[in-house]
Design a protein around this ligand. Sequence first.
Ligand code: 13P
Length: 255
Amino acid sequence: MRKKIVAGNWKMNLDYTSGIGLFSEIVNMVNDEVMGEQHVIVCPPYVHLGAICQLAKTHNKVSVGAQNCHQAQSGAYTGEVSAPMLQSVGVNYVILGHSERRQYFAENNALLAEKVNSALQHQLSPIFCIGETLDQRNDNSYFDVIKRQLAEGLFHLTESQFANVVLAYEPVWAIGTGLTATPEQAQEIHEFIRNEVRSKYGEGTASDLSILYGGSCNPKNAAELFAKPDIDGGLIGGASLKSRDFVDIIKSFSL
Ligand code: 13P
């Protein structure tokens, strides 16, 4: 069944003490205030994950995700972290294909397909990010860009593997810029994504897929975005670092 999801991507922010503090605040506020079926995911930096997974165990409404993983299971890859390591501390999700990884770490669709495979082999659900740059939006190539990201990064999966994937549409021009895609712009792409998935995997898989919007989503614009039929929640950057804002975004679904 399609889930309503709000996921917080902390990126490279917050030291250990601040991270544990923020997570505790979020858990308490979600416990007290959030009714309904929303699924909440928090994706802190690697070093916070072990402790945060322990805290999350005491509460069944908040899941934990990582922000990346390596494609290999183990080996001589100094500085990297693998999917089985994440699984071993209790992580359930992993963000893959974020535009910051594509841009600053040269991650391409072929590499991301390998990372997706490794995540799925270790029971991690990928939160797979796709989206166009400002140039690609302006030259109207954005549908092609998204089609290719899906085809090359994900469409090698079987239908049952694909059922574990969450998609996030994050237009690069809206990330951290304060420029949000309008609900209509976002809906247009989300509908396109769902149609691509429908053509590849059929109606059941397409209608069960959760597609999140990311890019300057905040408590003021979340409700309008989440009201669109193909927008199933958000992947939140800056606003996920403030517990009040993050919880208000979770509460923005019209239930
Ligand atoms: P902002 O919400 O800060 O624009 O970041 C979005 C994002 O990149 C989430 O992955």
